[in-house]
Write a protein that binds this ligand. Structure first.
Ligand code: SF4
Ligand code: SF4
Length: 102
């Protein structure tokens, strides 16, 4: 299922999502417990977190990194993502696309 649009931009146009380094993940489950959007699942065979629904991740949120004791979660560059959002917003406005309610 597609994520919710971000400031009117289709969510799939913004590549903001966590990645989990399986070498570092110890399967503690803190990321699952602290993400309100169900982005992660725990692979119980491997005891590793996996990203199950990347588009549910809130654009520019990186809260879960603060709960991971082993630094296993990474995100794209925040400043580059902000620049991309600004470019996409300009493009949408140039095309006359109305901003949707958040
Ligand atoms: S918080 Fe970190 S170590 Fe714990 S399950 Fe999530 S990614 Fe793995
Ligand atoms: S950044 Fe926020 S929304 Fe995205 S996976 Fe982490 S806690 Fe969930």
């Amino acid at each position: 299922m597609a994520g919710r649009p971000y400031m009117g931009i289709p969510r799939e146009m913004i590549p903001w999502e966590p990645t989990v380094d399986p070498e570092k993940c110890i399967g503690c489950g803190e990321c699952l417990n602290n993400c309100p959007n169900g982005v992660f699942v725990l692979n119980e065979e491997e005891m590793k977190a996996e990203v199950a629904v990347p588009d549910n991740c809130v654009v520019l949120c990186d809260k879960c990194t603060g709960f991971c004791a082993t630094d296993a979660i990474a995100f794209p560059d925040k400043e580059e993502t902000k620049k991309l959002v600004i470019r996409l917003l300009r493009d949408l406005r140039a095309k006359g696309v109305t901003r949707e309610a958040p």
